[in-house]
Write a protein that binds this ligand. Structure first.
Ligand code: ADP
Length: 390
């Protein structure tokens, strides 16, 4: 593996890691989870696909990263690219990390209290282990900094925007940019108007024209937009004071409810996992059917509304765990878009899953339909190299 880049996505109790070769074809990857608990462990997949699991009771981020680096088969990364959740309006692209950048990421923690501090734990741990290794911050929000003001402002007092950074930001940038660029290269055109639907445990939908994000479904936080695994997506903001008044819930309790106890999990009463919901739906469970219907209808509604942002509408790209793997969800979303002149190749749709890339529209379709497996690690590695001139 030549000139490998280590890509890290550090959460409060987990580290997703991948060491990528120069061309991003070869990789060593894994997940450290339950950090800080006696069940802490690393699930590691080597370059040949072999898997091991290592118990690391009570490991913190630094202990886990030291172990992860020792598992990289003596490959020494030449740089580290970090997925950083929130770059606010400050970071319009990836940047090399120094003390000033770290202070900014810390400052932006008010906008992403669960994510930015955890992301910084990884940066600090690498600084301790390899003080001279260059590190780059790749923000989930940067790609959306091209969204015009008419789309990113909320209809709220101006002071909230000017003094307190209250506006829409959008997330999943590395995924939306990766799949739209891939579709541009597959269609050999740069002036496409795409709606990218990243549907996973967290989901967002973005309007992209000529490589620029023009609007997206997530907002100030990743809670806005479509229904997700455990997040509610769009709700009437009046709900919060209603819950406070009638149930006496405080804001932390409401926050937990909307982020962790809602979405597909709440609607189905079963699981946040779309596979479980599909199986239950096929077995006749009516709550699972409703969860599926609501999920698909809301995604379709976003596709239709975000198409307003596009000068021309070339097609829809599905990605993320659900978008890449569920022909049923794709069909049901498209069923809710009867006015767009879409013709589906149903057989082709069934064949697109488990990492298979391809189009599934018929020749007479007004819109192209694509499944493009996302590769956020490859995008982060690419931007890390660009920033460092490697
Ligand atoms: P994250 O947002 O955590 O990165 P992913 O993009 O990996 O999530 O998507 C995870 C979700 O993908 C799972 O929760 C599951 O609902 C869904 N998923 C994975 N495989 C399938 C499948 N074959 N059919 C339907 N849904 C699937």
């Amino acid at each position: 593996m030549n000139n490998p880049i280590l890509v890290l996505n550090c959460g409060s109790s987990s580290i997703k890691y991948a060491l990528l070769s120069d061309d991003a074809q070869a990789r060593i990857q894994g997940l450290a989870e339950n950090l800080g608990l006696d069940t802490a462990r690393i699930k590691h997949t080597d370059i040949d696909g072999s898997k091991i699991e290592i118990a690391l009771a009570n490991a913190n981020h630094q202990t886990a990263l030291t172990k992860i680096l020792s598992l990289l088969n003596n490959y020494q990364p030449i740089a580290v690219g970090h997925r950083i959740a929130h770059g606010g309006a400050k970071f319009v692209q990836a940047v090399k990390i120094d003390d000033v950048v770290m202070a900014e990421i810390e400052y932006l923690s008010v906008l992403a209290p669960l994510h930015n501090p955890a992301n910084l734990l990884g940066v600090k741990a690498i600084q301790e282990i390899y003080p001279n290794l260059p590190q780059v911050a790749v923000f989930d929000t940067s790609f959306h900094q091209t969204i015009p003001e008419k789309a990113f402002r909320y209809a709220l007092p101006k002071e909230l925007y000017e003094k307190y950074q209250v506006r829409r930001y959008g997330f999943h940038g590395s995924s939306h940019i990766y799949v739209s660029q891939r579709a541009d290269s597959l269609t050999k055109r740069q002036t496409n108007g795409w709606i990218t639907a990243h549907l996973g445990n967290g989901s967002s939908v973005t309007a992209i024209y000529a490589g620029k994000s023009l609007d997206t479904s997530m907002g100030l936080t990743p809670l806005e937009g479509v229904v997700m695994g455990t997040r509610c997506g769009d709700i009437d903001p009046g709900l919060q004071s209603y819950l406070h008044r009638t149930l006496g819930l405080d804001f932390d309790q409401i926050d937990t409810m909307l982020n962790k106890q809602s979405g597909l999990l709440a609607l189905s009463g079963l699981s946040n996992d779309m596979r479980t919901i599909e199986q239950a739906h096929l077995a006749g469970n009516t709550d699972a059917t409703l969860a599926l219907e609501i999920f698909c209808y809301r995604v379709a509604r976003y596709i239709a509304s975000l198409s307003c942002a596009l000068p021309t509408f070339t097609g829809i790209i599905f990605t993320g765990g659900i978008g890449e793997n569920s022909p049923l969800v794709r069909e049901k979303i498209l069923e809710n878009l009867p006015h767009f002149g879409i013709s589906i190749d149903h057989e082709k749709n069934q064949l697109l899953s488990r990492g298979v890339e391809g189009a599934f529209h018929l020749e007479n379709s007004q819109l192209q339909l694509w499944v493009i497996p996302t590769d956020e690690e490859a995008q982060i590695s690419k931007e890390t190299k660009q920033v460092l001139g490697l």
